[in-house]
Design a protein around this ligand. Structure first.
Ligand code: ZN
Length: 285
């Protein structure tokens, strides 16, 4: 059994309490619950404004483990693809304003009305290539988050860590004997990758320079909703402690970001949710 995690690495992804609180309330709650990190979604950030959010985050001394999310590159025509790229450039600016450690990318799925998976993946690659220079210049690493294959059609046609790393290697080649630049890497979300038999090898392949974010929750059995039935750590079947050992073995010392999209937990008192998040992070991850 590995050691318990460092409580200072706990970070709150705002999706976890998104139905109960606005971002200002979440920032205050992190201080109240001694949670040292936060990762806002852009809808919450837009409500408060990035500059005001940055001020409050700094005032509370929080680390911003990521901004969720950019991506969604595939579109039916050139104008749609351009709009997606522009939106991602704005997201990079917002991530820089709040001092986010990375911009998390959910890359998008198949263009509605088509069967063109290969085309969607090409649009993702082209979209990433288009925004990478601005990300580099802004000092905001891009974190490709592979999503579970059940989301391939509508949310992300990048579905394994190896597939995400192939994109990183193509767009940000590593000179032999050198380290990756750190401008692009991956977000390892336990919920999306836990099932993958190649996961240990893929995490080792990523190495610390490409491991930009680590998201945790649990996989419930049965799962009753494909999107909004994620579990609290310890309530499901993912060996989160073993997974953390894999990322830490590579030298990852970033946040453990709790991201629970769940209609069950959104009905609960958010202070109670955060108390349990802290407890389960220590005991079950
Ligand atoms: Zn995630």
């Amino acid at each position: 059994m590995n050691a318990a995690p460092d409580p200072a690495r706990l970070s709150l992804n705002t999706a976890t309490v998104r139905e109960q609180w606005n971002l200002a309330q979440m920032i205050d709650a992190c201080a109240r619950h001694e949670i040292r990190g936060i990762s806002p979604w852009r809808d919450k950030l837009a409500e408060l404004g990035a500059a005001e959010a940055a001020r409050r985050i700094r005032a509370n001394g929080l680390t911003v483990s990521g901004l969720c999310r950019g991506g969604m590159f595939p579109a039916a025509d050139a104008a749609g693809r351009r709009a997606a790229i522009d939106d991602n450039l704005r997201a990079i600016d917002d991530a820089a304003t709040i001092g986010a450690r990375c911009l998390v990318l959910v890359v998008g799925g198949i263009v509605p009305g088509t069967r063109d998976l290969e085309g969607a993946r090409a649009m993702v690659r082209d979209g990433l290539a288009a925004i990478l220079p601005h990300a580099r210049a802004s000092g905001v690493p891009l974190a490709i988050e592979p999503l579970h294959p059940m989301y391939c059609a509508d949310r992300a046609c990048v579905n394994t860590l190896d597939q995400a790393l192939d994109l990183c290697d193509e767009l940000d080649p590593v000179p032999s004997g050198d380290r990756p630049s750190g401008a692009i890497g991956v977000a390892v979300d336990a919920y999306h990758v836990w099932w993958d038999p190649r996961l240990p090898r893929a995490i080792a392949r990523a190495g610390v320079a490409r491991l930009l974010a680590y998201h945790i929750c649990d996989w419930l059995v049965p799962t009753t909703d494909l999107l909004l039935d994620r579990g609290m750590m310890g309530d499901g079947v993912i060996d989160l402690r073993a997974l953390r050992a894999l990322v830490e073995a590579q030298g990852y010392r970033g946040a453990h970001e709790v991201e629970i999209l769940s209609t069950r937990w959104w009905k609960r008192d958010p202070d109670e949710v955060l108390r349990l998040v802290r407890e389960r992070h220590l005991r079950c991850s």
